[in-house]
Design a protein around this ligand. Sequence first.
Ligand code: FAD
Length: 404
Amino acid sequence: TGSVIIVGAGHAGFQVAASLRQAGFSERIALINDEGHLPYQRPPLSKAYLKGTGGPETLMFRPEKFYHDNKIELITDRAHAIDRNARKVALASGTSLDYGHLVFATGARNRLLDIPNAKLDAVRYLRILDESQALRDLIAPGMRVVVIGAGFIGLEFAATARGKGLEVDVVELASRVMARAVTAEISEFSQSRHAAAGIRIHLGVQVTAIEADGAKVTGVSLSNGTHIPADLVVVGVGVLPNVELAAEAGLPVASGIIVDEHLLTADPDISAIGDCALYTSKRFGGSLRLESVQNATDHARCVASRLTGKTEVYDGLPWFWSDQGPDKLQMAGLTTGYDRVVVRGDRAQGAFSAFCYRGDRLLGIESVNRAGDHMFGRRLLGAGGSITPEQAADASFDLKSALS
Ligand code: FAD
């Protein structure tokens, strides 16, 4: 294989390097890291880290010694261009690296808001450690924040901010929260929990402008004519995959860097994984680009296996979680295309799961405070299994019996 050069040191990039060494790979591994921190976990940025007082070291996958001991070169720089004929990566600092195999693990970046005053200092985003740290230092009881976008990150931030005593409004264009990702059952439950915590949720409306007095944010205007006063605006309107470097190198890209079922690009010496990769899914048919830790780390393991001689088609089962206030949401499988939902557990008690079906086929399970159902779903769906809607609805049906 020769040297493996990995562009991006997030969840996917870190995991390829670690898994390669674990599998006994002995050649050069260089991890190009354009953030000023050791590789770290992103999910706590909108959860525990934002809430807590721990330092950045609490987020790191491994201490510096790990990279040294495992001969993983962490190069603080930015990949600037790829020369596929010469097999070289040019870095922003002016140096270049030769590769035997190149892995794009460039992730995604915040989609920026394009409305009046969106560039003011009190308009913030939440993707990287520096942004989470800045928000943590900024938010204080009594402050008024408007969160734009009721996706996972917007709602996690909203719940944390409310917990810290801020006045919180959430504005969402869709008619329910997390509409793209979860069933109406989960959206409705979540809306009621956030409302009970004192968060005001505005659905079916758009923020048309940020109001300011000089450089100071004073509020936001909505498409229905409403004005919400605010000191701070936090934007969570999705991300854009970082595909430009691959595109400039002449590789096919669409809504992600296009890779096959082995996570290889059109160039057999270049793979792409994690949030930036649009991969051919054997499990679901068609192309998928997912944004989750599971996807990033399972992709990474698949590529590390291939580079150490065990070529397998990528077939990970998608799963995801989100912590919002006291509630833990967990998703197993992909529920796109469901036509029937069976609820198991007790909605009123705040612990239930939505089993999503297409016909009689279980597609996925979305759980609220029901970790057992989630783990069951990962095992059952991972192995290609299903249970009937009647079994899912029957509280006396023993899920474990379906796993044997
Ligand atoms: P990233 O983690 O984005 O890493 C890509 C890295 O590449 C970045 O450091 C980027 O700066 C770098 N890079 C890009 N271009 C270059 C270049 N040219 N040169 C060098 N470096 C470059 N997922 C879950 O499953 N559960 C959760 O609860 C959850 N919570 C989340 C909360 C937040 C606040 C965020 C932002 C994400 C959350 N996610 C969660 C999603 C998850 O973190 C991502 O899916 C995951 O980080 C993707 O990993 P990745 O390595 O593909 O990309």
